[in-house]
Design a protein around this ligand. Sequence first.
Ligand code: B16
Ligand code: MG
Length: 217
Amino acid sequence: MKGVLFDLDGVIADTSVYHFQAWRKLIKDHFNRELPNELEKQTKGVSRTDSLTAILNYLNIIVTEKEFQEMTEEKNIVFRELLTSLTPENILPGITALIAAFQAHNVKLSLASASLNGPFILTKLQLTNAFDAIVDPAQVAAGKPAPDIFLAAAKAINLNTRDCVGIEDSIAGIRAINRAGAFSVGVGSQSELGQAGLLFPQTSALNYQQIEQAWEK
Ligand code: B16
Ligand code: MG
């Protein structure tokens, strides 16, 4: 194992709840409708525009292109407001130690987040310097579950995906890692992330040795 392709929201930071909170507010303000919890897993790891498309489809609501654009911007304003109080304390349990273990074993770190706010979030968490590469999702043709961002993340650290593991909390993300040919490590439940090569129930359980051994097999 020479490289690790990290997801951000839901793996490194507890920001995934903020995304859904922002979507909820937007839909309440615009249409006075509530979003069911089950939509959260459908929007996890999925780009801003793909998330809004999924939400509007679910609610059977049609908007103009201009309204769609304005809604994505508005959602991001709400999300960014929720991020203002973000500090290194928002790094999920076990992640700081896991990053240190990868570094101690000369495993390169590459960020494969679908979030356009990724660099901003890493700065707030004081983790920017830990990464050897950060992929800009705007430069990637297709979002998760397409493999593109994980292929780009491996390329950015000059590695073949076969020599990398990808760590994800979303269904779309695990699919993307598998399609990219990297070894997938999931954080979450078997019912959601059953396609992962190795699964941990939460970030505090993530363990370098177990990941290395599972990758080797
Ligand atoms: P933004 P990840 C993803 O981040 C989130 O899980 C997903 O909910 C969000 O819609 C997407 O980023 C885009 O985020 O609106 O900030 O560009 O899990 O891939 O790190
Ligand atoms: Mg995620």
